[in-house]
Design a protein around this ligand. Sequence first.
Ligand SMILES: Nc1nc2c(ncn2[C@@H]2O[C@H](COP(=O)(O)OP(=O)(O)OP(=O)(O)O)[C@@H](O)[C@H]2O)c(=O)[nH]1
Length: 662
Amino acid sequence: MIVKALWARLGMATLLPVTLVTMTLTPIFTSHLDNQIDSKRLATEAILTSEYDKLLQGMNESFNQILAISEYPMLRRFLESQVASQPPERDTETQQDWRQLESLFETLLTHFGRYTRMAVIDSHGQEWVNTTQALLLPRPRVIDHDANPAFQRAMALKPRDLYISSPRLGATREDGSPARPVIDIAAPIFDHQGERLGVLLFTLDWSRITASLSRVSLEEGARVLMVDAQGRSLLPEGDGGVKDRFGHSLASEWPAIWATMAPNQQGVITLEEHLLGLRTHDIRTHHYRSQAVTIVSDAETQPWHLGILTPRPSLMSQLIKTPTQLLAIVLVYLLSVAFGIFWVLNEHRLRGLRQRALAFSRKAYQYAGEVQDLYEHAPCGYHSLDSDGRVIKINLTELDWLGYRGDEVIGKRYYRDFVTAETRAAFDAAFHQVLGQGKEGSAECELLRRDGSHLPVAIKATAHVTEDGFQYSRAMVFDLSERKNLEMRLERQALTDPLTGLGNRRYLENQAAMEIARAERNGAPLALIAIDLDHFKRINDAHGHDVGDLVLQSFANTAQQQLRAGDVLCRMGGEEFVVLLPDTSRDQALLIAQRLREAIAATPVEVGHLAPESGTLAYSASLGVTLVSAGEKTLRPAIKRADQGLYAAKEAGRNRVEWEEA
Ligand SMILES: Nc1nc2c(ncn2[C@@H]2O[C@H](COP(=O)(O)OP(=O)(O)OP(=O)(O)O)[C@@H](O)[C@H]2O)c(=O)[nH]1
């Protein structure tokens, strides 16, 4: 699919530049071509005018020559004398006229090579001179009047009138070369009285007049056409093969050209492949530069059409003429196509890169979402504060802990407001460190939740610093409540006797410090009772340790019931217990001890199947009572004294209370 699209784009990349270049070059070349056509048109017109002038000049020259000779006095005299003397007598004068006439035509033959025949015919049709035969005929030849239209027509002309025939093929030459086209020019000869004497008939070698036209034909691509009114070719030797061979009909051979030439007088006409310069010439009327009064010719052949056909400049001909231009154009096309292809390939490559970048960015977006999710729902809190301690970012976990929404906190609240007054100093110190040189700080403090409860946390923060200085702090907040609970549990366990749930010796020591201080402060007595179960070894030995344990637990319950809330009952180890009695005098302490002893003795332990038949086991305890003396910083002396009282009770038979004085 991608490859198919690439090929389609490559096709476009070729087509588009080619079209664009063509659209750009076309007006330039069209205008250039128009200029070429215009200059060719001007050149054609110039050649046509020049050739037309030469043709006219050549013909007028001949007309004037013939008119001049027809008025030659010696010729007139000759004809007069010949016409007058029938048959001519060859007297001396006549002989002289003959010689002069002979000499005249010899001269003419020498100088007027353009004429293939010069003839002098008298009004009876007798031919006195014919330069194609013996110059002067010993006997005048009577010519067939009907066979010679030139003679016929000239005989009807007035003085200084001319008859011009259409070009026709002359006689085959003696050397066998093909006959040339000729035209007959005939002028009437009159004597001084205006009496018609005969006709001067010259046959003009037509190719001499049209030689210049033929040379034009030799020029590059140009062709000269000359036809009569019937479309017959008038040029001696055409260069277009059959089409314009003399006498051939251009109308039938080359109808397209003839169709253009026939109706038009003059101008340059643009044809599909040619420029055709045109001029028409009616010999009967266009002879201003000749001295003829009237020129008569064959009406059906007039006017003549002179045409110069030059190839019309075309784009291709111009390009072929200037290969560098052609090369430049080819280069422009090649470069534009190469650029198009390069552009498409580059675009294709960029498209690939863009798609990869898009895939990367999607992945990055996905990762960013995951990171955001991790940030928001991390097991710890995250927040960022500005240099004033204002919250600029906070994750959902921490918001959840605090019980606020993001829009209530971000940009609106100072973080220290969420820290309890008790732990705010620690937070401030840590934040100060983050802002300072250390760029990091940590604190354990308690957060104040919306519902008023406290959440112990550890905050560890670092500063985000750029070259512009401190930007914001980033902090991780760890919930310490579980740890604190665990610590408290452990602390409690460390101070508690697991069997009875009573405080242990360490607990007693902790409490003692407090109670001694308070007793000192208040001046109140502080009493202490040491308790030891009687013959406990025996119970263990007789009933097992489980029963012993039950006895210990039962003792703890029974004793607690007998004591006040502020009294501290602790298990010191084994079956030994101590009761610290704040604000208790000697007597009160003795009473309490007695009450304890009695309650213990009166409360047998429910031991079920572990016990003898009754299911209960009675036991007793011995107690030693003393007061913590003023000045004693620990309980140790008091416990020692109470133990002495206890020993005394044991000694005295057990299940007794003994006072031990300080
Ligand atoms: N079942 C049980 N027995 C304990 C515990 N702690 C100590 N004992 C036992 O308590 C007994 C204490 O015995 P003794 O110190 O000889 O004293 P006694 O047997 O009570 O005799 P008198 O104190 O003289 O009445 C020992 O056998 C200990 O093993 C305990 O937590 N559970």
